[in-house]
Design a binder for this molecule. Structure first.
Ligand code: NDP
Ligand code: GDR
Length: 374
């Protein structure tokens, strides 16, 4: 029997199942499974007994570094983690995967997620982050699963952009400041629209920045933790950065994936902010990261001429490179997670100091092992 005939039979069978029996199967589909959040969410759901399916992009180099420790050969016994090739720009494959997998929960984490890159690749960012979300929702509809699947959308604090109100909460008006933020705004509203139009259980998680040792290397926290480790190990002289006075509400990714899951376990779908309720400058992150390796920085100069020197040796360790400035910047993010705390019972566990320490220590250890992980 061909795979597609088999999939349609399976679909027909599952559609006659009671909703309770269908959901009891606990089958999750994750887009962006190879990313930072995808890897933590996969671990979390497997621990909860889910069968987990992830969509990965075909790449000429390996993009599975963050999930290799979880992935076993599908021919092994008891395997509950499966990968499928696909892309959010290709609706045919999305329909095919959903009809095959018959997920009970879909987590849409895939995105061109770098804000600065979105200014250089604005059309592509719109295609993946905005229309990709629509394609995925529509694939669920095409498969007749709108009333069976629960959908999580990776919305973002970048929707707030320019400061209108602080702390930022679910009712704060949006004012995105990048092609990424604008694309995610479409994603946010199309999720609300599918919820209202088709009665879908679909939620937006408006997540503030969350980091970890698995964070991509070009995001500022990881760029700093790696540079601090490399300077400590004598492999780098100086770190070049952009706007070090921007403020962010930084938490740990492992805490945030639990919040994603909690949003899909409620009686009614809703949108939630996940944040720590604290904000820190990039400058503070730099100082704390250097302190983990026993170095104190002192600042001299102003604007693009500002430098950070090692207080003991006088060596210049931080310089500003305007190349990293953004055409429009998000100056201040500070989230109010009260609704998530009251309705989901969610709070972050890892503190800011613990996060910085964990990231620097991991990069020092990785550096010692000559690691080039993610
Ligand atoms: P990452 O950049 O680490 O991961 C992005 C994932 O999306 C990767 O698996 C990537 O694949 C995949 N991807 C990119 N383009 C496509 C495409 N066209 N089709 C299919 N897959 C694609 O992001 P994070 O894990 O940090 O974030 C997860 C989601 O949460 C993203 O949507 C992000 O925008 C959003 N978000 C993140 C926050 C954060 O602080 N981390 C805060 C708020 C929202 P590959 O590995 O092949 O590149
Ligand atoms: P952000 O994260 O834009 O908040 O988006 P990023 O770490 O890229 O920037 C944070 C702040 O640091 C400033 N900055 C630099 N940033 C980078 N990447 N590189 C530098 O050299 C540098 N110097 C200063 C930035 O200007 C900015 O103010 C992240 C992503 O994960 C999004 O997908 C997600 O939606 C948001 O967080 C919430």
């Amino acid at each position: 029997m061909s795979e597609s005939v088999f999939a349609s039979l399976k679909l027909a069978q599952n559609n006659t199942m009671s909703l309770e029996d269908f959901r009891a199967r606990k089958v999750a589909l994750i887009t962006g499974v190879t990313g930072q959040d995808g890897s933590y969410l996969t671990e979390f759901l497997l621990d909860k007994g889910y069968e987990v399916h992830g969509i990965i992009r075909r790449s000429s180099s390996f993009n599975t570094g963050r999930i290799e420790h979880i992935y076993k050969d599908r021919h092994d016994q008891g395997v509950k983690f499966f990968l499928h090739y696909g892309d959010l720009t290709d609706s045919t494959c999305l329909v095919h995967i959903i009809s095959q997998v018959q997920p009970t929960e879909v987590y849409n984490l895939a995105a061109q997620s770098h804000v600065k890159v979105s200014f250089d690749m604005s059309e592509y960012t719109g295609d993946v982050d905005a229309l990709g979300t629509l394609r995925l929702l529509d694939a669920i509809r095409t498969c007749g699963l709108t009333d069976r699947v629960r959908f999580y959308q990776a919305s973002t604090s970048e929707l707030y952009g320019k400061v209108v109100e602080t702390p930022q909460k679910e009712t704060t008006p949006f004012y995105p400041r990048s092609p990424y933020g604008v694309a995610k705004l479409y994603g946010y509203w199309i999720v609300v629209n599918y919820r209202e139009s088709y009665n879908m259980y679909a939620c937006n998680g408006i997540l503030f920045n969350h980091e970890s040792p698995r964070r991509g290397r070009t995001f500022v926290t990881r760029k700093i933790s790696r540079a601090v480790a490399d300077i400590h190990l004598g492999r780098q002289e100086c770190l070049y950065l952009g706007n070090i006075d921007a403020k962010r509400d930084w938490g740990h990714a492992r805490d945030y994936v639990e919040g994603m899951w909690l949003m899909l376990q409620q009686d009614q779908p809703d949108d939630f902010v996940l944040a720590t309720g604290e904000t820190h400058t990039v400058r503070s992150y730099i100082e704390k990261a250097f302190a983990v390796t026993g170095r104190k920085l002192v600042w001299e100069g102003e604007g693009v001429n500002e430098i950070g020197k090692d207080a003991e040796t006088g060596k210049v360790r931080v310089r500003i490179d305007p190349k990293y400035f953004r055409p429009a910047e998000v100056e201040l993010l500070l989230g109010d997670p009260t609704k998530a705390k009251e309705k989901l019972g969610w709070t972050r566990k890892v503190t800011y100091d613990e996060l910085v320490t964990e990231m620097v220590v991991a990069d020092v250890q990785g550096g010692l092992n000559n690691d080039t992980n993610n």
